[in-house]
Structures are given as structure tokens and as C-alpha cells.
Design a protein around this ligand. Structure first.
Ligand code: ATP
Ligand code: MG
Length: 426
């Protein structure tokens, strides 16, 4: 027999049993982003490779090692998107959104990175993010962070801590870069190959290393805070003051540089201790240089990306209750006449009760088998249509989750029953 084809390593099916959690999370995220005035932007999953190499930076893990890049049939180099920001900027420039148009944007969708798959780290994963354009003041950094804080609150998640840092201006970073090169050069024998390669190209990246052997060396490196320019310092103070007013707690982490090149000034991560090494559920910051770098007019920008799988893992770990996707009603159709009459009844109920979730029995089966299916469906009630009900235009209502007594009522009272009993409290 031929071997069954499997999904690609690190790329997973989201099964029907898991989709209630996904839909709940996505609906919550969508409603929250919209409520702050952000509007959705959907971009293609594949982009010209150049967008990411120019946007994210050549000397980054993503572009050096993680991108799914291939030649199109006509030889163009294309890449599966590894993140959402570069595409938002591209689309923003292309459609002129970034100036006095739609300056608050959100997106969600699949991202692709060729990483070593493990819990919370996949080759296809989903992100949801927000981006803001054209606003240079720290009130927008504070708003972006507040949106994250509110999402954790709405989901009922605890223990997600905010790590905050500032990378300063380009000039400050340039100064700091030289200081870092001096520092790491003095300890070059301790560096791993990746870090040696980055030493002169992009020494800040070394601070972001995941190699535990470099931990001490990195911890003792000079701090960017000590080289900060006045304006960036004021910006950072303005952000911190607003976070204080909103009651959003944060830890300042001078080692936080983020794995993507485009950040300046504010950078932050929301981190949990409950997911092991994959503890960052959301990461973002300011990227004032990217729009210009990608060919647009200089435009300040700020945003974040959330890893939805990690958030779902955390929701599971914290046993967050998620509304189940179960029908309100399972329609039992006992006998041949009922099977015919039931089709009409089901559709007319769906006409008059648009919010009703009704699952009809199909492919007949004994009464007992149908009641079993009704129970398994998770429905609150079974509506039972048998020979006598068809004849008398009635319906028998059986509660499946409570000891409510079974009753038979005229079909023309069903709408009332659904409104008064099923939708009461919903
Ligand atoms: P990490 O340090 O964990 O590799 P990153 O800095 O590469 O993360 P970003 O590019 O900032 O991550 O992406 C934002 C968020 O997307 C991360 O904080 C994380 O929650 C999620 N994420 C990133 N890569 C993956 C992945 N391979 N699988 C699942 N989620 C991911
Ligand atoms: Mg990464």
C-alpha cells in the first residue's frame, strides 16, 4: 500500500476539536483591535524576497537561516512571509495609507520560518499584530502596549510580564555599536561562530544570542542606556510615565534588542515563565526607519506581533474556559415521515431564528441511536419529531443536560420556546 502523506514537519493541522479555542482567541483579538480604532489589512502570504532582506535585515536569524525562499517559474526570488510588519509597510506605501489615512492597522495570519520545531516553535505559525504609522510621540507606544495588556486581561491570563528597553536613535546605536565591537573583540576567543560573524556586521545581534555559553559575557557587556541621546531618553520617560498612569507594570531590560533589525527607541516583549524557552508571547517596538528604508517617505512607526500558538498554550496551561462550539438543538427524526417533515421544520426554524445552532439528524438510525448522537453533539436540547408529532404538528422537547421534564408542544410555539428558554441568558 502507498505510504500516507503527512503534513510538513513543523506545520500542523488545526483540528475541529481545537478550532473552538482558535475561533475564540481570534474573535477576541479582532474585536479588541477594532475597538481601539485599528483596521484590518490582509496582505499576500508570499512576497518578493527583497522585501524581507531589506526590511528585516540581511544579518538576522530570520533572513540568514529561517526563510522559505524559492524561485518562481519565471526566476523571481519569492519568500513565504516570516512576519507581518514588512508587508504592512509595503502595502502602506503602495496604497498611500500611512499619512493621514489609515494609520492604525492590524493583521493576522500564518507566518513561515524554517526553525527547529518544538513546543511553541513551529515552521508555520500564526501571528496577530498591530502597526501604527506617522505618530512619533510616546503616547502611541503606550497605546500599543496597553492593547496587549488589555488582551491578556480579557482572556483572563495571568503572569505575562512586560520587558521594556530603548534602543535610542540611529546615532546613539552607532556609538554603542562601536563600544560593543570593542568589548566583544576583547573577548573574541569566547564567541561562537555566529557571533564572530556578526561582530563587525551587527554586534547588537550578539546580545540576542540564544547560546547559554555566552550568557555571562553578554550580561557584562556595556549598556546602551548609558549612550542614549536626549530625545530618546525623553521619549522613553514619556512612555514609562504613561505606563505608570495606566497601571501597566514593566521591567526595564537593557539586554533586550529583539531579533529584527528595524527597531529603534522602544522595544518590548511580553513574557511568561510557563512556556519554557518559548516564553515570549508578544514582541514589538518602534521602527521609525523602516518605511523610508523600503522606499516610502520617512514615517515613524510602532507595533507588535503576538504568537497565537503560544498564547493558546498559555490559555491551556492556565485552564482558561473557552465557550464550546456546541449546537443549541439536535433534531431527532424518528421514522420516515419525520425525516421528510424534519427537513422543512429545520429550515423554517433557521429562517425564523437566525442565531439558533441546530444540528439535524441525517442518515436515519434508531431512536436510541439518534438520542445518543444528540447527546454526543453537546446540544442542550433534543427536539424530537416522530410519527405522531408530524400528524399533530407538535414537537417533543427533551433536555439533554438537565432534569427538566420532557414536554410536547405545538410547533407554532417553538419560536417562543427558543426565545424564552434557549436564548434566555445568552
Ligand atoms: P523567538 O525569540 O522566540 O524566536 P522572535 O524574536 O523570533 O521569537 P518575533 O519575530 O518577534 O519573534 O515574532 C513575534 C512573536 O511571534 C514571538 O514573540 C512569538 O510569540 C511568535 N513566534 C515567533 N517565531 C515563532 C515560531 N517559529 N513558532 C511559533 N511562534 C513564533
Ligand atoms: Mg526567532
Amino acid at each position: 500500500m502507498a505510504k500516507n502523506i503527512q503534513s510538513i514537519r513543523g506545520m500542523h493541522d488545526i483540528l475541529p476539536s481545537q478550532s473552538a479555542s482558535w475561533q475564540y482567541l481570534e474573535a477576541t483579538v479582532r474585536a479588541l483591535f477594532n475597538s481601539y480604532g485599528y483596521r484590518e489589512l490582509r496582505t499576500p502570504i508570499i512576497e518578493p524576497t527583497e522585501l524581507f532582506s531589506r526590511g528585516i535585515g540581511e544579518v538576522t536569524d530570520i533572513v540568514e537561516k529561517e526563510m522559505y525562499t524559492f524561485a518562481d517559474r519565471n526566476g523571481d526570488s519569492l519568500s513565504m512571509r516570516p512576519e507581518g510588519t514588512a508587508s504592512c509597510v509595503r502595502a502602506g506605501i503602495q496604497h498611500g495609507l500611512l499619512h493621514n489615512q489609515q494609520q492604525r492597522i492590524w493583521y493576522t495570519g500564518a507566518m513561515f520560518r524554517h526553525e527547529r520545531p518544538q513546543k511553541g516553535r513551529y515552521r508555520q505559525f500564526y501571528q496577530a499584530g498591530i502597526e501604527t504609522y506617522g505618530i512619533a510621540t510616546p503616547d502611541i507606544d503606550a497605546e500599543v502596549i496597553a492593547v496587549g495588556a488589555r488582551l491578556w486581561k480579557q482572556l483572563g491570563l495571568n503572569g505575562i510580564k512586560l520587558q521594556l528597553n530603548t534602543l535610542g536613535s540611529d546615532e546613539a546605536r552607532q556609538k554603542y555599536r562601536d563600544v560593543l565591537i570593542d568589548y566583544f573583540s576583547a573577548h573574541e576567543d569566547q564567541l561562537d561562530d555566529d557571533s564572530k560573524r556578526r561582530l563587525h556586521k551587527n554586534p547588537l545581534r550578539i546580545l540576542d544570542t540564544k547560546n547559554p555559553n555566552l550568557k555571562e559575557l553578554v550580561a557584562a557587556a556595556p549598556n546602551l542606556m548609558d549612550y542614549l541621546d536626549d530625545e530618546s531618553k525623553q521619549h522613553f520617560d514619556g512612555l514609562c510615565a504613561r505606563l505608570d498612569i495606566m497601571g501597566v507594570a514593566y521591567d526595564i531590560n537593557p539586554r533586550l534588542v529583539r531579533g529584527i533589525d528595524y527597531y529603534n527607541r522602544t522595544v518590548f516583549e511580553w513574557v511568561t515563565e510557563e512556556l519554557g524557552a518559548q516564553g515570549t508571547v508578544c514582541a514589538g517596538g518602534r521602527y521609525d526607519g523602516l518605511v523610508k528604508q523600503l522606499g516610502g517617505r520617512a514615517t515613524p512607526a510602532c507595533g507588535f506581533g503576538i504568537g497565537l500558538e503560544r498564547l493558546l498554550l498559555l490559555m491551556e496551561a492556565q485552564e482558561i474556559q473557552i465557550p464550546a462550539l456546541t449546537p443549541d438543538v439536535y433534531l431527532v427524526l424518528a421514522g420516515e415521515e419525520a425525516q421528510i417533515a424534519g427537513v422543512k421544520l429545520a429550515e423554517s426554524l433557521r429562517d425564523s431564528q437566525v442565531n439558533l445552532s441546530l444540528q439535524s439528524n441525517v442518515a436515519a438510525g434508531s431512536f436510541k441511536a439518534q438520542i445518543k448522537r444528540a447527546d454526543k453533539s453537546g446540544a442542550e436540547y433534543a427536539f424530537i419529531l416522530g410519527g405522531s408529532e408530524v400528524e399533530e404538528n407538535t414537537i417533543t422537547i427533551k433536555a439533554l443536560r438537565s432534569s427538566e421534564e420532557q414536554q410536547t408542544i405545538p410547533q407554532d410555539q417553538l419560536d417562543n420556546f427558543i426565545k424564552e428558554i434557549i436564548f434566555k441568558g445568552k
